[in-house]
Design a protein around this ligand. Structure first.
Ligand code: HAS
Ligand code: HEM
Ligand code: CU
Length: 551
């Protein structure tokens, strides 16, 4: 991918920072592998193909899967990826103190992960990745979670510090788009994780140690979803960074608009958080007025995604026209289909169209009554996080590992990557498709194999479960292929690959300076949160409903 002449022009990636990035990416893929085994077993149990040996519980497995995939795989990958871009674009090297903060964050997160996962695998924390009260886990599971969150904070603060230092030493300059987006992502994470930190520290840990007898379930679920919805955008925003900043470079085009990209991230910061109630539409104890308010805000947070779709189409089309493409869809032909660094994220984008449409269905109160707690929802998020986001992360890995380790992506790995992407899409078509359909017939999520005492309805679900299991097997092959490819990349021939950073079509002056006024955006974000949550929270805290014991 690199010619001899331009090798000397390439800014090499700092090798010390490279190690930090690789450490994060490796943990992410170990989590993917173990989580993938759990996922495969789940589909086989549900379809009645196997019974779990050694008295392993279904919920033990499902908790391991949810935690390893949705929390460990994503968070480690995101921090590794964002650190790489910040190191590269803000000075070419992390400041020594930031480098140390990165490793400290990594250490704390890893201690927390090992502790938490050990509790899950020994059956002491079968509470699912949402750890809803009154399901009660060993206190060490919650302590593990707390360590993971605090570790991610330290990594985030390191990122902020590098950004601040760069701004100070480059007065009046527009910050690099990648770094700007990384800062917004971590600002959002910082504000959102306060909710889960409060839940874990004030409610769950004292209750699970037995220092207090009961827990306010409504409050704990609300604090969870105050965090849980922005959590899904914390996964999505790094994928968007790839779509906005990296993909234009890989296809040989330009970023359509730097200002639009920044604005969409600011909107994500503002509207990601005050929307948690769309996960609680079917719950009692929240007045319909506040549910309505948060659903309106949910539809607001769709706007930056639509802006993203618009901007991507514009990038693709302008690039196509520049290369002589004609007609309405001529631009499709000139895209680099044989380059996995493009192909994998592109399939992620394509699948995000039905995935997002499903989200809009979920968010509509009446339709939520039909799909809530059914496998439809599981189908929804295997398209969003497990395909759009996961395929984008895989696509990133194909250039990130070579860049940070000073190696090259060989043609063979590229080809394996293309096949791996296709395998993933086929597997997900079966698994998520069957989940969506059977969910509409009412099949519940989060259940092991059961015939519901031979109810006719439940018998009709069985064929879909079999398709889910077939999809699960194909997907598991996809997991194995990806892991093999990661190992191969770490042993690839030495060489120099460029960090694929796109450039904007307009000059830096086209980006309004107010987008850099952090105080305004943070203040607005806090105001929106206070508006959406203050009164419902006061109601819950002062509620006369007695607290619950643990189960
Ligand atoms: Fe969701 C439940 C609503 C997006 C993840 N969601 C979940 C859960 C997860 C999750 C994990 O309102 C389950 C949690 C649990 O365990 O209970 N979701 C939405 C809405 C959106 C949305 C309105 N979700 C996501 C994303 C996720 C994610 C992103 C992870 C990454 N979701 C819900 C609701 C529930 C829910 C309810 C609760 C359900 C229940 O009852 O429990 C929106 O943000 C979606 C907006 C997206 C779009 C698509 C834009 C398209 C783009 C691609 C362009 C393509 C191109 C290529 C350019 C409008 C940007 C084209 C090329 C060609 C050649 C055509
Ligand atoms: C749940 C299979 C990959 C995130 C499930 C369930 C199945 C499954 C069958 C539902 C179980 C139930 O509700 O009873 C698989 C397979 C995969 C895979 C076979 C690939 C080999 C992923 C990935 C992610 C992910 C890559 C995220 C990055 C989740 C989450 C849940 C889940 C968050 C919900 C857990 C819960 O309800 O507590 N998976 N999955 N999965 N999966 Fe996956
Ligand atoms: Cu949500």
């Amino acid at each position: 991918m690199t010619t001899k002449q331009n090798i000397t022009l390439i800014q090499r990636f700092d090798s010390k920072d490279g190690k930090l990035v690789v450490a994060h990416i490796l943990v992410a893929f170990i989590a993917l592998l173990i989580g993938g085994i759990a996922g495969l077993l789940q589909t086989m149990v549900k379809s009645g193909t196997i019974k779990l040996p050694y008295s392993i519980g279904y919920y033990e497995l499902l908790t391991a899967h949810g935690v390893l995939m949705a929390i460990v795989f994503t968070t480690y990958f995101i921090i590794g990826f964002l650190y790489s871009g910040v190191s590269y674009t803000l000075g070419g090297k992390l400041l020594p103190v930031v480098h140390r903060m990165g490793w400290t964050g990594f250490g704390l997160m890893t201690a927390g992960t090992v502790l938490g996962v050990a509790m899950v695998l020994t059956g002491k924390a079968s509470v699912l990745y949402t750890f809803y009260a009154p399901l009660k886990a060993s206190p060490y599971f919650y302590i593990g979670l707390a360590l993971l969150v605090v570790g991610s904070w330290i990594s985030g603060w390191g990122l902020f510090y590098q950004y601040k230092y760069w701004k100070k030493t480059n007065p009046g300059k527009l910050s690099p788009l990648f770094a700007y987006m990384a800062v917004v992502t971590f600002l959002m994470w910082q504000i959102a994780t306060i909710g889960v930190a409060a839940e874990v520290l004030i409610q769950l840990i004292p209750w699970s140690f037995g220092w207090v007898e009961t827990i306010n379930v409504m409050l704990s679920r609300t604090l969870f979803w105050y965090f849980g919805h922005p959590l899904v955008y914390f996964w999505l925003m790094p994928a968007y960074i790839c779509w906005y900043v990296i993909i234009p470079k890989i296809i040989g085009g330009k970023i359509y608009s730097d200002a639009l990209a920044r604005l969409s991230f600011i909107l994500l910061l503002l509207f990601s958080i005050p929307v948690g109630f769309h996960h609680q539409l079917m719950e009692p104890g929240i007045s319909s007025f506040w549910k309505y308010v948060q659903v309106v805000l949910t539809f607001m947070v769709v706007i930056p995604s639509l802006m993203t779709a618009f901007s991507l189409f514009a990038t693709f089309e302008i690039n196509g026209r520049a290369k002589g493409a004609k007609g309405l869809f001529g631009w499709v032909k000139v895209l680099p289909w044989k380059d996995v660094r493009f192909f994998a994220p592109f399939m992620g984008m394509l699948i995000f169209i039905p995935a997002g449409a499903g989200g809009l269905i979920n968010a509509s109160n009446q339709m939520n009554a039909v799909v809530h707690n059914t496998l439809w929802v599981t189908g929804h998020f295997h398209l969003t996080v497990a395909t759009s986001v996961a395929l984008t992360f895989f696509g990133i890995t194909y250039w990130l590992l070579p860049v940070v380790t000073g190696r090259i992506l060989t043609l063979r790995m590229n080809k394996w990557g293309i096949i791996q992407t296709i395998v993933w899409c086929v597997g997900m078509f079966f698994m998520s498709g069957a989940m969506h359909l059977v969910g509409l017939f009412g099949a519940p999520r989060r259940t092991a194999f059961t015939t519901y005492e031979n109810q006719a309805d439940a018998a009709n679900w069985m064929p879909y479960y079999v398709f889910m299991a077939i999809g699960g097997m194909v997907l598991f092959i996809g997991v194995l292929m990806m892991v093999v490819n990661v190992v191969a990349m770490l042993r690839a021939p030495k060489g120099v690959e460029a960090y694929p950073l796109g450039e904007a079509m307009e000059s830096a002056e086209a980006t309004p300076v107010y987008l850099d006024r952090w105080r305004i955006w943070i203040a607005l974000s806090v105001l929106l949160i206070l508006f959406a949550y203050t009164i419902p929270l006061i109601d819950m805290i002062s509620s006369s409903v007695p607290g619950s014991k643990g189960f």
